[in-house]
Design a protein. Structure first.
Lengths: 262, 86, 757, 86
């Protein structure tokens, strides 16, 4: 297995190529905008899940034949104006929007945190994000429930399975009008829900949602920070783990890889 | 240089956590005359030259696409302001 | 270009020797101004005066501290230099950590700006130290933030806490740098002078080290990043002679506003420049802006420099040349690029949409020449600006009051109820949980954080393949330093060193930020001199060199100075961060051991502080014992002999045991009788004394023999004081109290939210 | 209910990173008519009852103490607005 943690950001054709993994044929693109922060973490998560990750540059017009795309966390364009508002206009976003809309074999896209915000700004997902009700940035280990284990990004979990993954953001309060919320609930598009306390005031404790086709998913907490024992949260929904040993987020990445290979 | 002002406010039905926090803080500093507070944004776009109808149209377009998110916000004003007016 | 200003050229200065300049308003002393005239052989131009005044300020020239700081170099042995790739004198020191990897780290202050505008002051403090790290050629990988505030219930404290914490988070979080530690201390001595120190650490390959020098005549000089505005030039507006009498200079900002997004882009863009080997020398712009960058680059290089100042991209077109030279606008860098690399440089700037402007070139003249629209406004030997500023041997003497203070030992009343005393301690402002603060910081980003708050040291992985990584802790105890500044500095180092070893890392190098009152007060100066001497001596005894740091003076309100507060950061190395030791126990039945001995040392302690007492002598320090303890803790981590370790410092054993229990919510049964008997103390002293060179560890049953053998072989006192108990969720100190963990947690976590919402 | 509007803008000499980011984004979506952008805040304080001089004075006080940071921002307007005006 070749491991490369590039010291520099920006587009790298192939960031990791998992020679030993049966899933290494699946190529997941990870988009870097100016101000993206968790892009290299998302690349690492894909690699640890057995896939191959490709760095995609926001200004590019080419998706480099990737099989799925992750829009990572961070503060793209500083989160100035509104989180995700400026990134949404990146040339690559046009490609992603086009590829993600459409029929059964539309491109799977996962937006994590800032990525989720970009997807709502781009109207690939409904609703929007406003400031946490505490008005503070919050970093904490958060318990979630998988409400829909049928999406590209959740199929490795059991329905109603719980996870503990880090949450960290300033503008994480999910809002939408009641009709939209009812629609999301009715169509099984609430993919993740906060449990054990709503950290930011999100409507109906919603932590993650999908589009109608289920290929586009947005999630506020960070699964890519719970994929490697020793560097994750202190706990896991599966019970006790070692210090910073939680890896509950890995299933997100193996889900899409297995779906795409099988 | 002439400026175009764009005002953006949170939609009335959307909770405004910042406005709420301010409303809570006002009585604590002895200001009890207010029933509620909402916090929005004000943008000032400087125009290099005259404000042609076309530039004003650009400002309107910016207001609804970039400067506001229609899911949570309303554009409440797009207007040219005079040099000495605020 | 139309002339907006009445430019004071070199020719003009020569022609009008008698013209008065506002040197006093710019902070120069009469003798200093005379010296400038002597150096130049004429009166300075307005622009030259701006440069000298800002570069010869205390902040930039270290004129009061320089003669003492030399000890950090003089007391370094060859053995201590073994891992030092770059020592004191550069933007930050660089330490070899093996396998071709190096780390650079440094702590700096942003105290005064944070008092004026807490959010922006703290934010730009983080921004500044991160640029120092980048300019060494490193990728920044973590930040830390040692903080001091006034009394927790003072009406102004909430403003400062909210703003400063949000500012550190707002900037650091946006840069994608995990915050892996820091300090939060409340004490009324910091009421008008909060301390905001910021530490950054970066990682690089040995071959990637970049230095701030400009060499190679014909190489181009470029300024890139944010545009230059009137930030931080309050004083420069007195250079009225520069501006047209008709038009008053427009307003200048009272504070600097940080743009973390611009800095994040600057980081990525610099790393790409380094990777492509496109820059010869690089310097961040901090205090003294272009004055500092041009004069330091030129004087560290082998030639001179020629700059056209009208090429600088401005945010405010009304700035005068002197103001441009002094501006402290954030998020800017200066670099030297060979003509062959100009195109590659520009391509990288364009990719990241970073603005840049070519200012001039390196010359062979040995002079720094700055022109304004073709007219010469600065012609100096850059060394006289950057390195040959005034040096003062300020008078100092031991304060007379110190004898009385040291004689006033703390004679504590035994608390009626030890259980209540422990709860009171753990709920107190300095000992309570800092989650309210640290939950506003991202500790996960980059995916390499192996330990962070509340553990003893922050630990980050450097190399994903091997697990090679570093641990860092920062510490200072202003009360100890007040009682005895020499010992206080040594104690600060010892604590940081012990923290790093407790996490399992081998301590390797030191950075420090020395926060003091006015050096013009001989008593404060004495505290400073004693501190530097103590720190340099202790570094030598522990074998860890100071690699860089910062001095912050004039932290005083009226005539009252803060406690001397030498913040010391120690960096240690791990061959594999997987073996780091957390600060809490988890496994039922593991044995709990206390390493080290306890004496009645409550002077200056947190308990004394809670009783409103400050007097006597700080705890005794035995650096040989500290070295042995550290060696034991590092070995235990290497050989897997312990599962948890926590050093004892502020709050003593009471705090240590409570924190170990709170870490994972797991209790223990503890007996103090044997310790009391061995050390000749009572249970209160055993719990609240702050004797040094101590730690508590939890040892799996299977390792107890090996563990005991190792301690015996090193002749280090150790005693089994209890067992971990997962059943009863309580800290049970047998014969004295039983404290349910829930109750302890409530007391510990309630304090900051109660005060700050 | 009557509202008092308070506009707060970053001081002209102070860096406005948000305005800068917006100014950089506008040309990328084809809107090239603007020389600069500054982003400020707009507050709407709802008054329960009549806007007496005393309430207006409270609003002015709130504007300079709570709603703006005088070190980096200017209050550019404190004014009663009519129901139908924005
Ligand atoms: N307290 C100190 N201990 C050790 N070195 C110091 C201390 N204060 C300053 N230095 C060193 O002196 C040099 C100049 O300091 P400084 O002006 O802060 O650097 P910079 O210009 O990078 O901000 C640096 O190398 C710094 O590390
Ligand atoms: Mg520097």
């Amino acid at each position: 297995m070749t491991v490369e943690t590039p010291l520099i950001g920006g587009p790298q054709p192939v960031a990791s190529n998992n020679e030993d993994s049966p899933l290494n044929g699946v190529k997941i693109g990870v988009v870097t905008f100016p101000g993206s922060l968790d892009d290299r973490d998302a690349v690492r998560a894909v690699r640890l899940a057995g896939g191959s990750a490709i760095h995609l540059w926001h200004g590019d017009h080419d998706l480099h034949d990737v099989d799925a795309v992750i829009i990572p966390g961070g503060f793209s364009y500083g989160d100035y104006l509104r989180a995700g508002a400026i990134s949404r206009f990146a040339p690559l976003m046009e490609q992603i929007t086009a590829a993600a809309s459409g029929g059964a074999d539309a491109l799977p896209v996962l937006g994590i945190c800032n990525g989720f915000q970009v997807l709502t700004e781009a109207h690939l997902l409904p609703g929007s994000m406003i400031k946490n009700n505490s008005l503070h940035f919050i970093c904490r280990d958060q318990r979630l429930r998988v409400e829909n284990a049928g999406t590209f990004w959740t199929s490795e979990y059991a329905q109603d399975e719980e996870l503990v993954i880090p949450l960290k953001n300033q503008d994480g309060q999910f809002v939408a009008d009641n009709r939209t919320l009812d629609e999301l609930e009715g169509e099984g598009r609430v993919v993740f829900r906060y449990v054990d306390g709503n950290p930011n005031g999100s409507r109906r404790d919603i932590a993650g949602i999908s589009n109608i086709a289920g290929n586009v998913v947005g999630l506020m907490p960070h699964p890519e920070h719970a994929v490697e024992a020793g560097f994750g949260p202190d706990s896991s929904a599966r019970g006790e783990v070692g210090v910073r040993g939680g890896t509950d987020g890995l299933g997100i990445f193996t889900s899409v890889l297995k779906k795409l290979v099988g | 240089m002439p400026r175009i002002v764009v005002d953006v406010m949170p939609k009335p039905e959307i909770l405004d956590p910042q406005g709420k926090a301010i409303a809570g803080a006002l009585p604590r500093i002895g200001l009890t005359g207010f029933a509620g507070v909402r916090q929005g944004k004000r943008f000032e776009l400087t125009v290099d030259g005259d404000v042609t109808p076309e530039v004003l149209e650009q400002a309107r377009h910016a207001a609804t696409t970039l400067l506001s998110n229609p899911v949570i916000e309303d554009v409440t004003r797009v207007e040219v302001i005079e040099e000495d007016e605020q | 270009m139309s002339k907006k200003f009445n430019i004071d050229t070199v020719a003009n200065a020569e022609a009008t020797p008698g013209q008065a300049l506002p040197w006093a308003e710019l902070g120069l002393k009469e003798n200093e101004y005379k010296r400038v005239e002597e150096i130049l052989g004429r009166r300075p131009t307005g622009a030259e005066l701006a440069m000298y005044s800002v570069m010869w300020s205390e902040h930039c020239s270290y004129k009061s501290s320089k003669v003492h700081l030399r000890q950090f170099g003089d007391k370094v042995t060859d053995a201590m230099k073994e891992h030092l790739l770059v020592g004191i004198g550069e933007n930050a020191g660089v330490v070899d950590i093996g396998d071709g990897w190096a780390v650079t780290f440094k702590v700096e202050s942003h105290n005064h700006p944070s008092f004026v505008e807490p959010y922006q002051g703290a934010a730009t403090g983080v921004g500044g130290i991160v640029r120092d790290i980048i300019s060494m050629g490193a990728r920044p990988v973590a930040v830390m933030d040692p903080l001091r505030f006034g009394a927790i219930d003072h009406p102004d404290t909430a403003r400062l806490v909210h703003g400063i914490v949000a500012g550190i988070g707002g900037y650091g979080n946006s840069l994608g740098l995990p915050n892996i530690g820091g300090e939060v201390v409340f004490d009324s001595v910091y009421q008008g002078n909060p301390l905001v120190n910021a530490l950054a650490v970066g990682v690089l390959r040995h071959e990637d080290i970049r230095l701030a020098n400009a060499s190679g005549a014909g190489n181009r000089v470029v300024l890139f990043g944010a545009r230059t505005g009137g930030d931080g030039i309050g004083g420069a507006s007195v250079l009225a002679s520069e501006s047209f009498d008709s038009s008053k200079p427009s307003k200048r900002p009272a504070v600097q506003v940080g743009d973390p997004f611009a800095e994040k882009v600057l980081i990525e863009c610099c790393l790409e420049l380094f990777k492509a080997s496109v820059v010869e020398g690089i310097q961040d712009l901090g205090a003294a802006g272009i004055s500092c960058a041009t004069s330091e680059l030129a004087s560290n290089g082998d030639g001179g420099m020629h700059v056209e100042l009208t090429n600088v991209l401005l945010r405010d077109p009304s700035l005068t040349p002197g103001e441009i030279l002094m501006s402290e606008s954030q998020e800017r860098m200066m670099a030297v690029v060979t003509p062959a690399n100009v195109e590659a440089f520009e391509a990288i700037m364009d990719k990241w949409a970073v603005e840049y402007s070519w200012l001039g070139e390196v010359t062979g003249t040995g002079r720094l020449i700055i022109e304004w629209d073709g007219e010469k406004i600065v012609d100096v030997d850059p060394r006289t600006v950057a390195h040959e500023g005034p040096v003062y041997e300020r008078p100092f003497h031991r304060p007379e009051w110190l004898d009385a203070v040291q004689a006033d030992a703390f004679r504590p009343e035994q608390p009626a109820d030890l259980r209540e005393a422990v709860l009171e301690l753990m709920a107190s402002p300095n000992m309570c949980s800092k989650d309210w603060v640290t939950d506003q910081f991202d500790r996960y980003v980059q995916g390499n954080t192996a330990l962070a708050m509340p553990d003893d040291a922050g630990v980050v992985r450097v190399d994903e393949e091997t697990g090679l990584g570093v641990a860092i802790s920062t510490d200072a105890n202003g009360r100890y330093s007040y009682l005895n500044p020499y010992e206080g500095a040594r104690l600060a180092l010892a604590e940081a060193y012990r923290n790093v070893a407790t996490s399992g890392a081998e301590p390797l190098a030191v950075t420090d930020c020395l926060n003091f009152g006015s050096p013009e007060d001989p008593e404060v100066m004495w505290q400073f001199v004693e501190t530097v001497r103590g720190l340099a001596d202790a570094c030598q005894e522990l074998g860890v060199p100071v690699t860089g740091g910062n001095v912050s003076l004039y932290n005083q309100t009226g005539g009252v100075a803060i406690h001397p507060t030498p913040v010391v950061g120690v960096l240690g190395v791990f061959d594999d961060v997987a073996r780091r030791t957390p600060s809490g126990w988890r496994e039922d039945g593991q044995a709990v051991y206390l390493l080290g001995t306890t004496a009645a040392e409550l002077d200056g302690s947190e308990w004394a502080n809670l009783r409103g007492h400050l007097g006597g002598k700080p705890p005794a320090l035995d650096l040989t014992a500290e070295r042995t303890l550290a060696a034991i803790l590092v070995n235990c981590s290497r050989d897997g002999m312990i599962d948890a370790a926590h050093d004892l410092s502020e709050g003593g054993l009471a705090a240590g045991l409570s924190e170990m229990a709170l870490r994972f919510g797991v209790g223990a049964r503890i007996g103090l009788d044997e310790v009391c008997e061995r050390d000749g103390i009572d249970a209160f002293t055993a719990l609240f004394s702050e004797s040094q060179a101590r730690a508590v560890v939890s040892v799996p049953r299977s390792e107890e023999v090996r563990f005991n053998d190792m301690c015996t072989a090193r002749n280090f006192p150790t005693m089994r004081i209890g067992v971990v108990d997962t059943e009863n969720e309580a800290l049970d100190v047998q014969g004295y109290f039983n404290l349910p963990i829930d109750q302890l947690r409530e007391a510990h976590q309630g304090t900051l939210p109660k005060h700050f919402g």
